[in-house]
Design a protein around this ligand. Structure first.
Ligand SMILES: *Cc1c(COP(=O)(O)O)cnc(C)c1O
Length: 365
């Protein structure tokens, strides 16, 4: 039997924890969202008969400039379905070494798709065109067939880094002209839209969406929904994705209330991400002035990653938990904080006050 690991991310928090900055997945549905969920019309979604899910799928497809979409339980599933549809066993996937699809999906690229991975060394998850093209194998039977390039915008392990639009356009053109598929892990694409000033410009977002052959969007991160991700793409791709979703056990029945939460979030929770970004900058500025902090990665969206003056990330996480702040170690000397819908400006102000007073690391040994 597989050994259960002591994953620090799974340890329970002290019950008096007030300021939960571990992740943007910790939010509770708002009253407005709950009302929308309660009122949702539902049907059997495996038969594609749930009106709320169909409405969410149509809205996401339309928004991203594509033909169709598929509602799924998680972003891991939408990514893994896309990889399975785009590749055959033995193929190779190109992505950055920080990519969620490689680091945080349980080895699913190998396990689910039977594909290998070529990792690129980007800048906080953003690789350049030359490096990408240099890692596409030539059509020679010695090599794995490279069939998919994936990008992550924003990049989680890159500290919420935002891709430059022109770089994505160039990548899309070159990758697709070589016959490869181009996938977006857009778990936090909403944050990227807001950071780039694209939200509200439907043409800009559809044009961005059309750079990709498939797109995974999460509703359960910054948008504050309890569950759900949407996979977007052309009709034939989504038809095949529907089959893979069933195989993976992701076909849901009367799940329309979850889709209603997503529709509510699209109306009410995207533009407000700008607030989360401001809050993250405030946390980053406070940390940059802390004597125990060596550096803070540039804060571009709702994620703050800082490095300590020593490999004592676990101690710093404990020290912050002791003053009621939840966060995760993100490497031996790195800690991650994430702002979200349930963190008010007052909460962030209080978190800054407590962090300033906390001793984050002990004496160096
Ligand atoms: C959270 C996340 C996902 C999907 O995670 P689930 O927990 O399976 O919904 C995918 N990609 C990135 C970048 C993420 O942050």
């Amino acid at each position: 039997m597989a050994q259960s690991s002591s994953n620090s991310q799974l340890q329970p928090l002290p019950s008096d924890l007030l300021l939960d900055l571990r992740s943007d997945t910790v939010t509770r549905p708002t009253e407005g969202m709950k009302a929308a969920m309660y009122a949702a019309e539902v049907g059997d979604d495996v038969f594609a008969e749930d009106p709320s899910i169909r409405a969410l799928e149509a809205r996401c497809a339309d928004l991203m400039g594509h033909e169709a979409a598929l509602f799924c339980p998680s972003g891991t599933m939408t990514n893994q379905i896309a990889i399975q549809v785009h590749t055959r066993p033995g193929d190779e996937v190109v992505c950055d070494r920080l990519a969620h699809i490689y680091n945080y999906e349980g080895g699913g690229i190998a396990r689910n798709a039977g594909a290998s991975v070529r990792l690129l060394q980007g800048d906080r998850g953003r690789f350049n065109l030359e490096e990408c093209l240099g890692n596409i194998n030539p059509p020679d039977s010695h090599y794995a067939r490279t069939t998919l390039v994936a990008v992550e915008d924003t990049c989680n392990k890159g500290g919420g880094s935002v891709w430059n639009l022109a770089k994505l356009e160039a990548l899309s053109l070159e990758v697709r002209s070589r016959g490869l598929a181009f996938h977006l892990d857009g778990a936090r694409a909403w944050n990227a839209f807001v950071a780039r000033g694209q939200w509200g410009d439907v043409n800009a977002i559809a044009a961005y969406g059309r750079l990709f052959d498939s797109i995974s969007l999460c509703l359960s991160k910054g948008l504050g929904c309890p569950v759900g991700s949407v996979l977007v793409g052309p009709n034939p791709f989504i038809q095949e994705a529907h089959r893979v979703r069933k195989v993976m056990g992701g076909g849901m029945r009367q799940a329309g209330s979850l889709a209603a939460a997503g529709l509510h979030a699209l109306d009410h929770h995207v533009a407000r991400l700008a607030q989360d970004h401001t809050h993250a900058k405030q946390l980053g500025d406070t940390l940059a002035a802390h004597p125990d902090v060596a550096s803070v990665d540039p804060v571009e969206t709702n994620i703050v990653i800082f490095s300590l003056k020593g490999n004592q990330a676990d101690e710093a996480v404990q020290a912050l938990a002791a003053v009621g702040i939840g966060c995760f170690a993100f490497g031996p000397d790195k800690v991650r904080l994430v702002t979200h819908l349930d963190m008010t400006s007052d909460d962030v102000h209080e978190a800054c006050r407590r962090m300033t007073q906390a001793q984050l690391i002990g004496p160096q040994v």
